[in-house]
Design a protein around this ligand. Structure first.
Ligand code: CTP
Length: 404
């Protein structure tokens, strides 16, 4: 099998320079990349850069090498087309099917998955014209990644920033791996909690756990690649924000509960992947707790935290909402899992065995997905994103079986 063929479309925005890094990531990971820049984008990054970095010609017009019929062949032969940055003008052209240069022609001939990574000023992104164009493209099966929030050109900040090239690359990798043109979570809003809560004892100490957040982030990344709108409620994680994800940062179980309850009414799916502390110190010492010579330390009294998973499972914020929980067990994994699924009242429970060297912080995971309908799907040891995909498969199956 040859290298997967990727077309990198670059339209005329200042973020075009970031596409160089995306191109590098794609070529270094074994993809054959053909860059198709728009004429306007060459004001930001020149043709020579694209040709040198990709090892392929980079033309903007349909009138070059006409005998090769590039306006048809490039799109037809692609396994993935990614447009980064996609300007408001490019989204409009794509939504309306214009074909006045090589990139827009390519978009019309491609039958593979198409990813747009928009970048523009907030006003342009929020304009109803742009929003309608984005909705049109999504309806037709394209994956349009939500822009990031942050510094824009000049002094402005807001929504409209191109996500980090590394994270756009992640989306491309996921989409290529699935190889399916239609994103099956399109139009769905998924809320995912990730990481581990910290319950403060005093200004410098806390009760915490060993969760890294990697499984929750893998769920967020794969959900974006399957077309979902994603809200990620991240408790004390040190991971980069995935592209296209709205990240809400929290610290304690109580803050996590608040964030989940705020996002849940609008969610089609809620996945509680966070390790939520069951207890918190009954009292918070405003100043650092000091040791006293000759005295034993005072015992720490704990109180129960709310059980967020049980609460959202009992009070479904929306009809048909799918609630997914996780169970980390050290012994009697399956029996404990089955009992927990009933106790918590969720639709799916992902049970995995944990221990010092297993799961926490690792890139890999192994689990069984227990369903309230009685099915038990084992997912073999493998990357956390493979488990994430298996979870989304179960979630989407619930939607399809309900419709049937
Ligand atoms: N969870 C939650 N709120 C809590 C504790 C846990 O929402 N206060 C969620 C976790 O996000 C996870 C699931 O419940 O999805 C299971 O967590 P786990 O710690 O394994 O279960 P516990 O309820 O703590 O059960 P036990 O103490 O019996 O293991």
């Amino acid at each position: 099998m040859g290298k997967p063929k990727v077309v990198l479309g670059v339209s005329g925005g200042i973020a075009a320079y970031k596409a160089c890094e995306l191109l590098r990531r794609l070529t270094e990971s074994g993809h054959d990349v053909r860059v198709v820049p728009t004429a306007a984008s060459l004001n930001f990054v020149g043709e020579a850069t694209w040709a040198a970095l990709s090892g392929n010609p980079a033309s903007t017009e349909v009138w070059e090498t006409v005998h090769e019929v590039p306006h048809v062949r490039i799109g037809q032969g692609a396994d993935l087309v990614v447009v980064a940055p996609a300007t408001a003008d490019m989204l409009a052209k794509a939504a309306h099917g214009l074909a006045d240069d090589l990139l827009t022609n390519t978009l019309l001939t491609a039958r593979c998955p198409v990813v747009f990574a928009p970048a523009m000023h907030t006003e342009m992104w929020e304009h109803p014209a742009t929003q309608e164009n984005v909705a049109t493209l999504r309806r037709r099966g394209a994956l349009v990644i939500e822009p990031a929030v942050g510094r824009l050109t000049g002094k402005d900040t807001g929504k409209g920033r191109l996500p980090d090239p590394e994270e756009i690359f992640e989306v491309c990798r996921q989409v290529l791996r699935r190889g399916v043109a239609a994103p099956d979570l399109a139009g769905r809003h998924v809320v995912i909690s990730a990481g581990g809560t910290r319950e403060p004892l005093d200004p410098v100490r806390f009760l915490g756990n060993r969760s890294s957040g990697k499984q929750g982030y893998a769920l967020a990344r794969t959900a974006v690649a399957r077309g979902a709108r994603v809200t990620l409620i991240a408790a004390n994680t040190a991971l980069a924000d995935p592209a296209g994800v709205d990240v809400v940062r929290v610290g304690t179980a109580v803050q996590l509960r608040e964030a989940v309850l705020k996002a849940a009414p609008d969610a089609d799916v809620v996945v509680m992947a966070a390790a939520v502390a069951d207890f918190r110190p009954a009292e918070y010492a405003g100043g650092k707790i000091k040791k006293k010579d000759g005295e034993d330390p005072a015992p720490v009294a704990l109180v129960r935290n709310p059980d967020v998973l049980a609460e959202i499972s009992a009070d479904r914020a929306r009809e048909g909402q799918v609630v997914v929980g996780f169970a980390a067990e050290t012994d009697d994994v399956l029996d404990n899992g089955r009992a927990k699924l009933r106790r918590k009242g969720c639709d799916l429970l992902v049970v995995n065995e944990v221990g010092e060297a297993r799961t926490f912080g690792s890139e890999e995971n192994e689990a069984i997905i227990l369903s309230s309908d009685g099915s038990e799907i084992p997912v073999p040891y493998g990357p956390k994103e493979a488990l994430a995909e298996a979870i989304w498969d179960q979630v989407t199956q619930r939607y399809t079986s309900r419709r049937a």
